[in-house]
Design a binder for this molecule. Sequence first.
Ligand SMILES: [Zn+2]
Length: 234
Amino acid sequence: MPPPRARSTCWPAKAAVWWRHSSCQAERVRLIAVCVAILAIANCSAPPAPSAADRYERWLAAGHVAQSAAYSRQLRQHGLDGVVPMRQLLRSGRRWRRCAVDEFALPPPAAWPSMRPTLVLVRDLSRAGVLVKPQVASGFRTAAFNRCEGGSSRSRHLTNNALDFDLGREVSVADLCRYWRKHGAARRFGLGFYGRRQIHVDTSGFRTWGHDYTRASSLCVTSSAGTGKPTNGG
Ligand SMILES: [Zn+2]
């Protein structure tokens, strides 16, 4: 009969004692090796999150190549295809994940011309140095997504006439308001502020609004926004 195996003394009740126990070095090395292996496997098995460009390519490949190209072609015929990259122009909205819709949305062809005057305005704002590298957050929305996004039932996103932008720090709200005051009536410039760095632009009428959708809360109406002085809003 074989002698009973000696019980290991390398797993004392208290881990701290074990960790310091000089005769447990081999067990410690094995434990560390196992942890490193687990972390390596976890790291390797989690693919990197796809970039916005990758997501756009995947969306195009899922049956949207021809329509997107046709929309882009029509904009090019009017010299407007380069104002906003298609990958931005077709962004559905900020809450696409929460609302379980595609990140990108194609307006129906009948609504394509509605975007032209807004792109002309965006182009002119860029040329005037008022908009600098604006990032589109939302373009055309379906009615269902617009409700989920929190848009008005009369939102110009429904008719493909509106764009929401995230603004960089280099954009001056005072300059934006100054342009709106000077050219807004002629350009039918609708300017909304969802925050100091989140704006809505459309060409459906000369008006402005702020966080509560009233004119009074617009950064262009509050006393200091149009004067070039810094404001605390948004
Ligand atoms: Zn908007």
